[in-house]
Design a protein around this ligand. Structure first.
Ligand code: TPP
Length: 541
């Protein structure tokens, strides 16, 4: 019989986890020992638990699978609350595993260190931000609890919570089963697919919009096949930027309402048959709409539910819906209908001072020359600048909008993809989690990091220009790179940026930090339009 620690690790592996991120503490030391000694999953320790959560979240997003964040009880786990709240909001299946006081110790009557209010306070907090929970305090029930919770994570593509008392890690248990998935009711599925196709066939201007669930459930190829079979144009949401990057023949661009490409905006807002696949109905995706989208004309598949006008179908997994739609169509044609995507901007490498949109142009040049890199962006103008970069795989907190995601998410991307990531981050966000780059040397990660240093919380300044508290000090990040194990360079002109990027690309084995100095009060063209559109939408209300 395996031990509980082993059984849990084997179960994570069997359910598709490819890695663990964590920080140990005394309540989780025995489980960390099992992680290290067993070698069942590669594991990486970082410096602060928020980064652990962001890295696991990004790894789950890139691999369209579960990933694990392992922490100690109380002080460690509470540090994970914000990233897991973000993972819940953006539907990323992170498995939180927290060590806990031993079942025996709980009987001693002491208040146990790291305890906040009561023994179950932590579990109650995580109940709010995970879709299923298991407290493994009974070795007989534990395997079934683990199986249920891991199935939930995969089925709902949401975080789950597992608490492991430290004195039970070595308890003998039965192996954990992989439970079979719960399929859709075939009659409901068929009716739903027929209704969607009927609406798409009579629509004059049908359009498919995709958001993050199409990546989470690994259905991007199926969406592309559907679009080709029906001759439908596809757009991504703001949050879904980077989706279907392998299918440029069907993707028209990203819908940003008043802030975006007018042709894409018209396509969406004039559509009389909008099929929303895995789309989060958030303000960041839709608030800058020039005209309110008539939801009665939309078909929305989200969270295993499908709404077609006023009809709703429960328990319809997205992949089964796409299979059912495709099964009713003739074999897809060879190519989609999208006109060639607008040529991404390119950089004029002269001595002009840098503007944020120049960074997008420089990255476009890099990708044209050497192929795209997986990208992680933080919240801030760096993400809006990211919309001006060619459609390449991207993870970013486009809806939850939590700062601090970019650098650790880039490290998660390095682990999950095995490729060299590009990280885009503002100076404010870099102050939060930038030090995690110090972990690159140990693991051989060598991301290219572009810090948008405007010595400012610029996004906030755009909304409230009069406030001086948005001025930040100049921390000279490039000079920190050396001691942290990387190379850093500060650039002020377009020529310097182009040269720094070329050098960073040819230097492997150490992280490459480019500190792009930007003027306060200047933003990317996309953010300027987004804020104007946001304000106009607010005034219309
Ligand atoms: N705290 C967190 C964790 N997330 C947030 N989104 C905020 C606060 C509010 N906030 C949104 S944007 C922003 C702040 C503080 C400023 C971001 O500054 P920076 O990273 O330098 O990027 P910039 O806006 O200058 O492009």
């Amino acid at each position: 019989m395996p031990t509980l620690g082993h059984a849990l690790l084997e179960a994570l592996h069997a359910h598709g986890a490819g890695e663990i991120f964590g920080i140990p503490g005394d309540f989780v030391l025995p489980f960390f020992k099992t992680i290290e000694d067993s070698g069942i999953l590669p594991f990486h320790t970082l410096s602060h638990e928020p980064a652990v959560g962001f890295a696991a979240d990004a790894a789950a997003r890139f691999r369209a699978s579960i990933s694990a964040a392992v922490v100690t009880w109380g002080a460690g786990a509470f540090n994970l609350v914000n990233p897991i709240a973000g993972a819940y909001a953006e539907r990323s299946p992170v498995v939180v595993i927290s060590g806990a006081p031993g079942v025996g110790e709980r009987l001693a009557g002491w208040q146990i260190h790291h305890m906040s209010r009561a023994m179950d306070t932590q579990a109650r907090v995580f109940r709010e931000i995970t879709c299923d929970q298991a407290i493994l305090d009974d070795p007989v029930r534990a395997p079934a609890e683990i199986a249920r919770v891991l199935r939930s994570a995969r089925e709902y593509s949401l975080p789950v919570y597992i608490e492991l008392p430290r004195d039970l890690v070595g308890a003998e248990v039965d192996p954990v089963e992989v439970l079979s998935r719960r399929p859709a009711d075939p009659d409901a599925l068929g009716e739903c697919a027929e209704e969607i196709l009927a609406r798409l066939r009579v629509a004059q201007r049908p359009v498919v919009m995709v958001d993050v669930e199409t990546r989470r459930y690994g259905v991007e190829d199926k969406v592309a096949a559907l679009a080709r079979a029906l001759g439908l144009p596809v757009v991504t949401t703001f949050m879904g930027r980077g989706l279907l990057s392998a299918h440029p023949d069907v993707v028209r661009g990203t819908y940003l309402g008043a802030a975006g490409d007018p042709a894409v905006t018209a396509l969406v807002e004039d559509s009389d048959g909008l099929l929303l696949l895995g789309v989060i109905l958030s303000d960041t995706n839709f608030a800058v709409s020039e005209r309110r989208i008539d939801m009665r004309r939309t078909m929305l598949a989200l969270s295993r539910e499908v709404r077609v006008g006023h009809h709703s179908y429960a328990a319809i997994p997205l992949d089964e819906l796409l299979d059912a739609l495709l099964a009713r169509l003739p074999a897809p044609g060879a190519a989609g209908t999208a006109p060639p995507a607008a040529r991404p901007s390119t950089l004029l490498a002269d001595d002009a001072p840098l503007r944020p949109s120049d960074i997008a142009a420089a990255v476009n040049d890099l990708f044209t020359r050497h192929g795209p890199m997986p990208m992680a962006a933080d919240m801030g103008d760096c993400l809006f600048t990211g919309m001006e970069i060619a459609n390449a795989p991207l993870v970013a907190p486009g809806y939850y909008a939590g700062m601090g995601f970019g650098v650790p998410a880039g490290l998660g991307a390095a682990v999950a993809t095995g490729a060299r990531p590009l990280i885009l981050v503002g100076d404010g966000a870099f102050q939060m989690t930038g030090f995690e780059l110090g972990n690159c040397r140990r693991y051989g990660w060598d991301p290219i990091v572009i810090v948008f240093n405007n010595t400012s919380w610029e996004m906030l300044r755009v909304f409230q220009p009069e406030s001086r508290f948005n001025d930040l000090d100049d921390w000279r990040f490039a000079e920190l790179a050396g001691p942290l194990g990387g190379d850093g360079v500060r650039v002020r002109t377009r020529r310097e940026l182009a040269e720094a990027l070329a050098r960073a690309h040819t230097t492997r084995g150490r992280f490459q930090l480019i500190e792009a100095m930007l003027p306060r009060g200047g933003t990317s063209d996309t953010l300027a339009r987004f804020v104007a559109g946001f304000k106009a939408a607010r005034e219309r209300k």
